[in-house]
Design a protein around this ligand. Structure first.
Ligand code: BES
Ligand code: MN
Ligand code: ZN
Length: 499
C-alpha cells in the first residue's frame, strides 16, 4: 500500500472512504470531523445523540455519504478519552479502521491525522504512528493460499492535512513509519514462512537480498568456517539436521569516525522439533517461528540502513534447524563454545542458548558492544508474561533501562526479570563448565544466566520473545501469526544511540 501526505480539505477528497475521528464524550465535533458532519447534514451529530457513535477507543462507525461528498463512505474512528491518547493507541486505531475499510472493499482511503490537534501529540509522531499502524494492521500472509482473498488490498492511504505548514513534519513521520513498518512486515514474512521454505540457506538468501537492497556488508559462514572458529555449540545443534547451518553477519556503518559498533544477535532456529528431547506434536507447527529473533534483527538492520543514523550496527545470526537426525546431539553430550567453555547438553530442546553461546562469544570477539540478543528462548517466559510483555534481562542496568525506553517508544513492552547470583547454581554441571538447562524453576532467568557466561564483561541485554513473537489471535496492529516484535525496539535503540 502507498501512503501519501497531501494538503486538502478532507470533505472534498475523492476516495472510496474518508476517516475522521471523535474523542469519547464529545457531542459536538469540531475541526475536520465537524466539517464532514456539516457536509453530511449533521449525520454524525445525530448518531452521537442517538448513542450509536460514542467515540470509544477503537470504535469504528461507518456512515454512507449517499452522494453528499465525493467519498462513498465516512468512517468515524473512536479515539477514547482525550487524556489517554498515545501514539501506540493511534497505531491500534489505524489498524482497526484500515481493516474495517478493507472489508468494505475500499481501495483508496483518506484520513485526517489523528491526535495531533487537541490530542496533543506532535504532528510527526502522530503521522508516524498512523503510517505504522495502517501498514502493520493490514499485514496478512497469503503466499501459499492459491485462492484470491475475499477483499483485495487497499492500494493507497492518503494522510490529509489542511495546513500546508505541517506537511514537512507529517511527511517526515510518514517516511519513518514506512521504513519501520515495512521492516517489521518483512520480518513477519520470514517468520510466517514454513520451515520447508525458510531453511538456514533461505535465511542466508534473504540476508543477501537485504544487504543488496540497503547496502549492508554481509558475511555468511558455513560449517567449515564455523569449525575453524570453534563454534562447537552451534555445530552440535546443527548436526541433527540435513540442512547446512549458516552464520549470517550483516553490518551497517553509519559512523565511520567511530570504532564503536552496537551488536544485535538473533536466535535463528528455523525449526525447533526439540531434537532427541523431542517436543509433543501438539503445537509443534509454531516452532517454524523459532527464528523470529533472527528475522527481527535482520529486519532492524534494513530499516536502520534506510533511516541512516550516525551509528554502527552489526547483526550476528546463527541459523540452523534443531532435528533428531541420526547424527543428532544426545542428552549428556558435551560441547565446547567459541570462548572455550564446555557445556553439558542435558536437554537437546534447550538449543537456543547453545547457538547463542557461540554467536554471543563471536560477537564479543569481534569487539561489538553493547550487545542485545533477541530470542524465542523459553516457554517459561510465555508462562510468566503471556503475549503482552517480552522478558528483558542483562548485566547492565543502564543498558536495560535504555532498551526498555526504546521499546516503550515503539509500543513494545519489556518487563525486567531478576538475575540474582543464587539462580546460577541451577546451571551447575558435574561433568562440564555449565549445563544447558537449569530445570523447570525460573526457566527464563537460568537461560539468561547461561547466556551471561558467553558475553564476559561486555554490556549485554537479552530479550526473550517466546511469548510475544507469534500470536494465536489478532490484537490491534498485531495480527495473527508473526508479530515482528523487537524490530521497532532495536531500530529505536540504534536511533537513540546515534551521535
Ligand atoms: N523455542 C523454544 C522456546 C519456545 C517455547 C518458544 C514456546 C516459543 C514458544 C526453546 O528452544 C525451548 O524449547 N525451550 C525449552 C527449554 C527447556 C528445555 C529448558 C522450554 O522452554 O521448554
Ligand atoms: Mn527448543
Ligand atoms: Zn527453540
Amino acid at each position: 500500500m502507498e501512503v501519501k501526505v497531501i494538503t486538502a480539505d478532507i470533505t472534498s477528497v475523492k476516495a472510496d472512504a474518508i476517516v475522521v475521528n471523535l474523542f469519547e464524550g464529545v457531542e459536538h465535533p469540531g475541526g475536520a470531523t465537524g466539517a464532514v458532519d456539516k457536509a453530511l447534514d449533521g449525520a454524525i451529530t445525530k448518531l452521537i445523540e442517538q448513542g450509536e457513535i460514542k467515540g470509544k477507543l477503537n470504535e469504528i462507525s461507518i456512515i454512507h455519504s449517499l452522494g453528499k461528498i465525493p467519498a462513498r463512505i465516512v468512517a468515524v474512528a473512536g479515539l477514547g478519552k482525550q487524556s489517554e491518547l498515545t501514539p501506540d493507541r493511534i497505531r491500534g486505531i489505524a489498524a482497526e479502521f484500515c481493516r474495517s475499510l478493507r472489508r468494505l472493499n475500499c481501495r483508496r482511503i483518506a484520513t485526517i491525522i489523528h491526535g495531533a490537534g487537541v490530542g496533543g501529540i506532535e504532528p510527526e509522531a502522530a503521522s508516524q504512528a498512523l503510517t505504522e499502524g495502517s501498514l502493520l494492521g493490514l499485514y496478512r500472509f497469503q503466499k501459499h493460499i492459491t485462492k484470491e482473498p475475499e477483499n483485495q488490498d487497499i492500494e493507497e492511504l492518503l494522510i490529509v492535512e489542511r495546513d500546508a505548514a505541517k506537511l514537512p513534519a507529517l511527511e517526515q513521520g510518514c517516511k519513518k513509519g514506512r521504513a519501520i513498518a515495512e521492516a517489521t512486515n518483512w520480518a513477519r514474512d520470514l517468520i510466517n514462512e514454513p520451515a520447508n521454505y525458510m531453511t538456514p540457506s533461505d535465511m542466508a538468501k534473504m540476508a543477501e537480498g537485504l544487504s543488496k537492497t540497503h547496502g549492508l556488508s554481509l558475511t555468511i559462514m558455513d560449517r567449515e568456517q564455523m569449525e575453524k572458529e570453534g563454534m562447537g555449540a552451534l555445530l552440535g545443534v546443527a548436526q541433527g539436521s540435513r540442512q547446512p547451518p549458516k552464520l549470517i553477519v550483516l553490518g551497517y556503518k553509519g559512523d565511520k569516525s567511530s570504532a564503536n559498533t552496537l551488536g544485535f544477535v538473533g536466535k535463528g532456529i528455523t525449526f525447533d522439533s526439540g531434537g532427541i528431547s523431542i517436543k509433543p506434536s501438539e503445537g509443534m507447527t509454531e516452532m517454524k517461528s523459532d527464528m523470529a529473533g533472527a528475522a527481527s534483527v535482520m529486519a532492524a538492520l534494513g530499516a536502520i540502513a534506510r533511516l541512516k543514523p550516525k551509528v554502527n550496527v552489526t547483526a550476528v545470526v546463527p541459523a540452523t534447524e534443531n532435528l533428531p537426525g541420526g547424527n543428532a546431539l544426545k542428552p549428556g553430550d558435551i560441547l565446547k563454545a567459541v570462548n572455550g567453555k564446555t557445556i553439558e547438553v542435558v536437554n537437546t530442546d534447550a538449543e537456543g542458548r547453545l547457538i547463542l553461546a557461540d554467536a554471543l562469544s563471536y560477537a564479543v570477539k569481534q569487539g561489538l558492544s553493547p550487545l542485545v540478543d533477541l530470542a524465542t528462548l523459553t516457554g517459561a517466559c510465555r508462562i510468566a508474561l503471556g503475549d503482552i510483555n517480552s522478558g528483558i534481562l542483562g548485566n547492565s542496568h543502564e543498558l536495560i533501562e535504555r532498551v526498555i525506553k526504546a521499546g516503550a517508544d515503539a509500543g513494545e513492552r519489556l518487563w525486567q526479570m531478576p538475575m540474582h547470583e543464587e539462580y546460577k547454581e541451577l546451571n551447575k554441571s558435574d561433568v562440564a563448565d555449565i549445563k544447558n538447562s537449569g530445570g523447570r524453576w525460573a526457566g527464563t532467568i537460568t537461560a539468561a544466566h547461561f547466556l551471561a557466561e558467553f558475553v564476559g564483561d561486555t554490556p549485554w541485554v537479552h530479550i526473550d520473545i517466546a511469548g510475544t513473537s507469534f500470536r494465536d489471535k489478532e490484537r490491534g496492529y498485531l495480527v495473527k501469526g508473526a508479530t515482528g516484535v523487537g524490530v521497532r525496539t532495536l531500530i529505536n535503540l540504534a536511533l537513540a544511540s546515534a551521535r
